[in-house]
Each structure stands twice: as C-alpha cells, then as structure tokens.
Ligand binder design. Structure first.
Ligand code: PMP
Length: 358
C-alpha cells in the first residue's frame, strides 16, 4: 500500500508521521554535517547534541531530577529481564515478582537464573484477566527489589497506581512508557523497549535512580553493569534509534506533554471499550478496572469469525489487529502516536462488522 494506514500493531508500532517526515528530509545529509546521522561518529558534536536533547526531553517530560540516570541500552526489554537481577539480586538473595501477564512470566524465568525469586502475586490462573491487588502481594521483607510489569502488552492489562513499597520497585514499562504521568517515588528502575511508544526497535530506555544504582552487586561484566553506562558513553550507542527517540519526545512535548497525551489516550481507550461493552458480539478479556489504555484485547462471541474480522479490517486499512500468537483474538494497540481518528475508524468498522455478521 502506498498510503499510510491506521496501524494498531503492538510493536514495532506506529510513530508520529511528523517525526518520520523530518527523518526523510534529513536523509541523506543531516544538519550540514555532510553525511547522514547513521554515518557520523558517536563522539561527534552533532551526535552529542542529539543525545543530549533526547535526555533533556525525557527529563522534562517525566520531571526527572539529577538523581535519575537515563541510559540508552541495547538488547531490548528482554535483556533487562536478566540485567536487572544480575545487577541487583545477589545469589543468596530474593527478589519479589508480581506476575500479571506473559512478560512477567518471562522476567521471572530470567531472574531465576541469577538468584531467589518469590512470586508475590500472579493472575496466571485467571488467564491474566486482572492485576493482583497490591494489598494482596505476598512480599518478602528484605527483598532486593519488587519487579512489576505496569502494562502487559499481550494480555491487555495495566497497573496505574505506581506502588510505593519498603523496597525499590522495578517496572517493565515497555508498552506504556510516556503514555501517562508516573509517580516515580517508589521506583528504583524503569525500563522500556523503545519500539512501542518512543521510537524504533534497537534502543531500550532505562531510568535508574542513583540510590538504587549504588546497591548493585559486584563484580559485573562491563557491558551489563548499569554503572558503566551511567558513568559515561561507553560503547557505540544505537545512534539512529536514539535520534528517533529525540524526535518522538520532541513531538510529544509539542503535543503538550504527558498530561495532554494521557487525556487523549484515555479518550481513545474509552471510545474502544465502550464499543466493546455496548454489545455481546465483542467481549473484553480483562476486568474493566484493569484494562490497558495502550493494548485493548478482545474476542468475538463467535471465535470462528475472528479471522474474517481481522482479514476485513486489514482490507479496510486497519492494520496489525491480531492478538498475540500465544492468546489469539484481537488486540488494538493505541500508543501515543495513534490518532483519535484511527480509533474512531476502528469503532465504525466494528459496528459495521457486527451489522453484517451479527
Ligand atoms: N516486555 C514487554 C511488556 C513487552 O511488550 C515486550 C515486547 N512486546 C517485551 C518485554 C520484549 O521486548 P523486546 O522484544 O524489546 O526484548
């Protein structure tokens, strides 16, 4: 297709078209440096400026003080599943994990390679249709940290009350990063693969609080030690991905920042969930109070119709709506860059589809 369509893919995901157009204009010559951004040294003044600007936007968007380090790492969120325990979970220690979806399960498996893991709560026996209530978490008093997944991309649930506990909280915020205001008080570390809300695949944004950073175990391999990257630009960073993160963050500030986008995200989610709830033809997979504003997962009353629904949607220019291969069904990812008009179009399509197939 030669025209951009509404892309509901869970990630890599839709990006602001304004940012993409800028990139197009800036290739193959970036800002009078005589080469593209992909071709210049990561120690050059031009690149320094890009990275500094990306950091500045993130600090401003999240109101981060200097105690927070901003790291741009590689290896994706899945590398963080191992890097977090490697740095903070001693072999004879225990970390608490709250498991509200498939990604939490994966995070536990990696932490178990490093040290003791206590699953403090899990909604697995209910197919992750809800987020375990914080009052019911079975926490270990001296845990090294508590790991949560604030937005479960596959299962479509979200935890929006940022917990403040006796020990630092670590969250996998990959699929909700910069989509809502976050209360950072309880967190020691926040990580997010960029390819949902902040840029292309290839960079993982890690925010780590200095007090937590100081607790890491030693010795650590240089590249997997958060301290290495907090101290200086150590290796060649994924320059192109960071350049895109800078653009997406600047775009977000121009939209009015996180409060403004959060209001839009809530409107989009309400529009879609209202459409799901208006009929028995569709059925949400998550308890209403725990539904994600980012990834709405739902089924059709007749699951045989799901492939037809997905195929027709695709024909109508509504892309990337199939549920994760592990759960099936439908998933509409509505990240920051998805316009309200896209969700409105999806809702119209759902209404039409029900009329013709109901
Ligand atoms: N955690 C969450 C919440 C995710 O949504 C994803 C990707 N869908 C991952 C981890 C894995 O990310 P990556 O492929 O960047 O390792």
């Amino acid at each position: 297709r030669s025209q951009r369509q509404y892309n509901f893919s869970a990630g890599p995901a839709t990006l602001p078209v304004e940012a993409l157009r800028e990139v197009k204009d800036e290739l193959p010559v970036y800002d009078h440096v005589g080469a593209s951004v992909m071709e210049i040294s990561h120690r050059s003044p031009a690149y320094d400026e890009i990275e500094a600007s990306a950091r500045e936007h993130l600090r401003a968007l999240l109101d981060l003080d200097d105690d927070w380090h901003i790291l741009f790492l590689q290896g994706g969120a899945r590398m963080q599943f191992y890097q977090v325990p490697l740095n903070f979970l001693p072999e004879d220690g225990v970390a608490d994990y709250v498991v509200s979806g498939r990604w939490g399960v994966k995070a536990v498996a990696e932490a178990e390679r490093v040290g003791g893991v206590n699953v403090a709560a899990s909604s697995e026996d209910a197919d992750f249709s809800y987020v375990p209530d914080v009052a019911e978490w079975d926490l270990t008093p001296d845990a090294s940290y508590v790991h949560i997944t604030t937005n479960e991309t596959v299962n479509g649930n979200q935890m929006t009350d940022d917990p403040v506990l006796d020990v630092p909280v670590v969250t996998d915020a990959s699929s909700e990063f910069l989509s809502r205001p976050m209360d950072l008080e309880g967190y020691g570390l926040i990580y997010a693969g960029a390819q949902k809300n902040v840029g292309p695949a290839g960079v993982t944004v890690v925010l780590v609080h200095d007090d937590f950073l100081q607790r890491r175990t030693q010795p650590l391999p240089t590249m997997l030690d958060y301290g290495t990257h907090a101290e200086r630009r150590y290796n060649t960073p994924p320059v192109f991905a960071i350049y895109m993160v800078e653009k997406v963050c600047r775009w977000l500030r121009n939209q009015g920042g996180i409060d403004a986008i959060h209001a839009i995200n809530r409107r989009k989610a309400r529009m879609l969930y209202d459409a799901i709830d208006a009929t028995d033809f569709y059925r949400g997979t998550v308890d209403p109070e725990d539904r994600s504003t980012m990834n709405a997962t739902f089924r059709l009353h007749d699951s045989d119709l799901e492939p037809v629904f997905l195929q027709k949607a695709e024909q109508e220019g509504l892309l990337g709506l199939s549920g994760h291969r592990s759960v099936g069904g439908v998933r509409a990812s509505m990240y920051n860059a998805m316009p309200e008009a896209g969700v409105r179009r999806l809702v119209q399509f759902m209404e039409e589809f029900e009329r013709t197939h109901g």
